[in-house]
Design a binder for this molecule. Structure first.
Ligand code: GLY
Ligand code: MN
Ligand code: MN
Length: 440
């Protein structure tokens, strides 16, 4: 962790945020940026609250994820201000007073109740207030100006060195927890117990993880977002697909691995082939590469694997052109990642707006931008044996492109996904995930 110490990088990060805010405010015609951290919300007809999720625009400024009712304000040329809610409350543990390497960079005002923020906030008519409607204090309400958000969201794709350090730290936690989960799988534990082993190793519970863990044994690997967590172990756990991340100071990692129980069987060979293709794709995370093109290359690489393993009987090019590859790889190659596991502005054409469309026939791709140093993207190709999609293929004109006996041989293993988080740099890509596994 020491190698990724974010503290010395934080001033530079704030400087970048301030410069971005200066331009965003100018574009929107505002004098101040105001960002509420968000609030707690009651469940309907109940006195329990939903799990709190911090406003990503807030945690971009401070590594705080559990401080509802707080605010950041920034006026160009001035130090940013943190209005920090530390309620008088004997029912709950209240947030500690802000301190440490990040707090020195703010003028900090501690308040005791949410309304106490009001006198410290700049005039709403001159402020871009970024947040959810429920953060309003009376008439003081988020206005989310489109021009300001378009600029900030577009540039959020370009991570500062501080953010890369935070993501390295998140990746280190994730890699360690993945190792524990693999060991739990090899012991024959249930999905639920593997999940618990993962959380224990990460020292994070479901509310802290950046997304719900996907822990899938056998055929469950064919359900792309399988979140059921069976309590009972299957009689035989043939295969294991785990898509699980970790958080650090508001930043996420997003990691998927797939294993066969029998390290020498054909399914493991298929996993290894996808892993090799995945690394070829990771190596292409370079400046100027169109992510849409990378996604299309993934289809060709995966179709070639299907041919090599005798699942598909036509050429890889034909399998891609006819849509056969999409039966086995029905999601996008990946997405931007950072403060949010699926980072904003994946389709943004510019910092003033506009959309880069997905390629025809690829409705689930989440990122269409061209790669630039600082961007961090996931590379997550997969091959799945999904009954619903296979039935459609078998009933259609391309049924003869497939050796159905080979499909049946792989169905009991569900599917494969290998996912790393990769930073585009001026030079070689930096694979945050592989780096973390090498150290774990
Ligand atoms: N874990 C969600 C995803 O891979 O996008
Ligand atoms: Mn992902
Ligand atoms: Mn994932």
């Amino acid at each position: 962790m020491q190698a990724y110490d974010p503290a010395p990088l934080y001033a530079g990060h704030l400087h970048t945020l301030a410069k971005r805010a200066d331009i965003a405010l100018e574009r929107g015609g505002f004098d101040h940026l105001v960002v509420p951290s968000g609030t707690l919300r009651h469940q309907v007809f109940d006195d329990r609250e939903y799990a709190y999720a911090v406003n990503p625009q807030f945690k971009a400024w401070v590594p705080l994820t559990r401080t509802p009712g707080s605010w950041i304000t920034y006026t160009p040329g001035q130090r940013p201000k943190l209005i920090y809610l530390q309620p008088r409350d004997y029912w709950h543990v209240v947030p500690q007073a802000p301190g440490g390497w990040w707090a020195d960079h703010f003028d900090v005002i501690v308040i005791r109740s949410p309304e106490d923020a009001l006198p410290h906030l700049p005039p709403s008519s001159r402020s871009a207030i970024l947040g959810e409607a429920q953060s309003a204090l009376g008439d003081y309400a988020p206005n989310n100006p489109a021009a300001v958000l378009a600029f900030l969201d577009f540039h959020r794709a370009f991570k500062t060195p501080y953010e890369i350090a935070m993501m390295r730290a998140a990746s280190a936690i994730g890699a360690q927890a993945h190792r524990a989960a693999e060991a739990a799988f090899r012991q024959g534990l249930s999905e639920f117990d593997i999940h618990m082993a993962y959380c224990a190793a990460a020292r994070q519970d479901a509310n802290e993880l950046p997304y719900g863990n996907i822990i899938a044994l056998n055929e469950h690997g064919a359900v792309l977002h399988y979140m059921e967590l069976d309590r009972d172990a299957p009689p035989v756990a043939r295969s294991f697909l785990i898509d699980a991340g970790a958080s650090h100071g508001g930043y996420a990692c997003d990691i998927t691995r797939t294993f066969s129980r029998d390290r020498g069987d054909e399914f493991q060979s298929l996993v290894d082939a996808v892993d090799t293709a995945q690394q070829v794709l990771c190596a292409k995370v370079r400046q100027g590469v169109d992510y849409r093109q990378l996604h299309l290359e993934a289809h060709t690489l995966l179709a070639r694997i299907l041919c090599d393993f005798g699942v598909v009987k036509v050429s890889p090019e034909a399998a891609v052109a006819t849509g056969v590859s999409a039966t086995f790889f029905p999601h996008g190659l990946g997405h931007g990642i950072g403060l949010q596991v699926h980072d904003v502005a994946g389709f943004a054409a510019s910092d003033t707006g506009g959309t880069i469309p997905r390629p025809d026939g690829h409705p689930f791709l989440r990122l269409t931008r061209t790669l630039v140093p600082g961007m961090v993207v996931t590379i997550e190709p997969g091959l799945y044996f999904i009954d619903m999609l296979l039935e459609e293929l078998r009933a259609g004109p391309q049924a003869g492109s497939v050796d159905w006996a080979r499909v049946d041989a792989f169905r009991p293993y569900g599917g494969i996904r290998i996912e790393d988080d990769v930073a585009c740099t001026d030079d070689m890509p930096l694979n945050l995930t592989r780096e973390a596994f090498s150290a774990a």
